[in-house]
Design a protein around this ligand. Structure first.
Ligand code: AHG
Ligand code: MN
Ligand code: MN
Length: 338
């Protein structure tokens, strides 16, 4: 392949298109990229460097941390805290927002991340990822909790890296979605998937079927109709996938369409949903909408929600537009029926 466009070149060319850009944002993204290359290396080396298994600790969500949850969190923090680009950070693995150490200058952005998504996959050698979201912050102040709790529509950038057979970064700054593949030989991400678009229709769904008895009626109806296949009201057969890694599910949907549901469920009234809005649902919703898809809780657009806590959970339904709209319609019809 000649004329390879590296991610660095792509970012700098984008920056040139913005007359007031200072380069801070490009610097920030370059350091996220550096962190993700380090994570890719650790994930790839696995037990050769003793990084698999449990760390023996719990995060604020009561989840047992894997060694790699802790290691990847440290990699992200150490790659970003010194840059002068950030006013603060928030991570799935830290109870509270992470302050920038005294000795470093403050910047105008906030970074929120899930350093290792799908971490239950790591010990069985399946796909995992990193998800990040960038917000603008008031300048010249130590950010308060309220500075983080912003609607998804206010994101200036969102992306994820999938550590799969290839390591891939997918990125949006609000002008479409582009995918880059890590060329391990030269250590650079190369633009391989320009302007990714999600087909509006699909016959593939992703849901954890083991939770079926806890779903609400609209999701029961939707999945029930998919399972009826050709003989049912949909008049076609559906296929199912469940990777247990949001990054891998979203990447599949970006490449061949589909719909993903981690819906509201009635298993535990204190925890009506699983995925977290600020560093899972919001960045994925930004990417999915920019690629022509849709993203909802079933009752409202994800990007319009005003979060009330950094680790707030939200029902998540995303993917091919017509299918997500159908599921939203089923929620409306269910509301009218009550
Ligand atoms: P994390 O590893 O960051 O906690 O996220 C895991 C998430 C998500 O990636 C995936 O879609 C979902 O949990 C899988 O949940 P189940 O194990 O309930 O299927
Ligand atoms: Mn996650
Ligand atoms: Mn995680």
């Amino acid at each position: 392949m000649t004329n390879k466009v590296t991610l660095t070149q792509f970012l700098i060319e984008q920056q040139r298109g913005l007359p007031d850009a200072s380069g801070t944002f490009t610097l920030l993204l370059n350091n996220i990229v550096t962190a993700c290359k380090q994570i890719s290396h650790k994930v790839n080396r696995g037990n050769l460097i003793g990084v698999l298994g449990s760390a023996g600790t719990e995060n604020i969500q009561g989840e047992v941390q894997k060694k790699l949850d802790v290691i990847t969190n440290e990699i992200m923090i150490n790659a970003l805290n010194w840059t002068g680009c950030l006013a603060g950070m928030a991570s799935e693995e830290d109870d509270n927002p992470i302050a920038i150490p005294e000795q470093y200058p403050r910047g105008k952005y906030l970074a929120l991340f899930d350093p290792l998504d799908g971490s239950s996959n790591i010990d069985v050698n399946l796909a995992v990822g990193t998800i990040f979201s960038i917000l603008r912050c008031r300048e010249g102040v130590e950010p308060e909790l309220e500075d983080f709790l912003r609607k998804g529509t206010e994101q200036v950038c969102a992306g994820f890296v999938l550590y799969g057979p290839s390591t891939m970064m997918v990125l949006t700054t609000g002008h479409g979605v582009n995918g880059f593949t890590l060329d391990q030989d030269i250590g650079e991400f190369i633009l391989t998937h320009s302007n990714m678009r999600i087909p509006e229709d699909t016959s593939e769904f992703a849901i954890n079927m083991s939770n079926q008895r806890f779903w609400e009626p609209p999701v029961q109806r939707y999945i029930g109709e998919c399972l009826e296949g050709k003989e049912g009201v949909r008049g076609k057969d559906f296929n199912m996938r469940w990777v247990a890694s949001l990054v891998a599910e979203v990447y599949r949907i970006l490449t061949r369409g589909g719909v993903f549901l981690y819906p509201h469920d009635l298993r535990d009234p204190s925890r009506p949903a699983k995925l977290r809005i600020m560093y899972e649902a919001n960045p994925m919703a930004f990417i999915i909408e920019q690629a022509g898809g849709a993203c909802s809780t079933g009752r409202e657009r994800i990007l319009d929600i005003k979060p009330s806590a950094v680790h707030e959970r939200v029902p998540l339904i995303l993917g091919s537009k017509n299918e997500v709209e159908r599921i939203v319609r089923y929620h409306k019809e269910d509301g009218q029926a009550q």
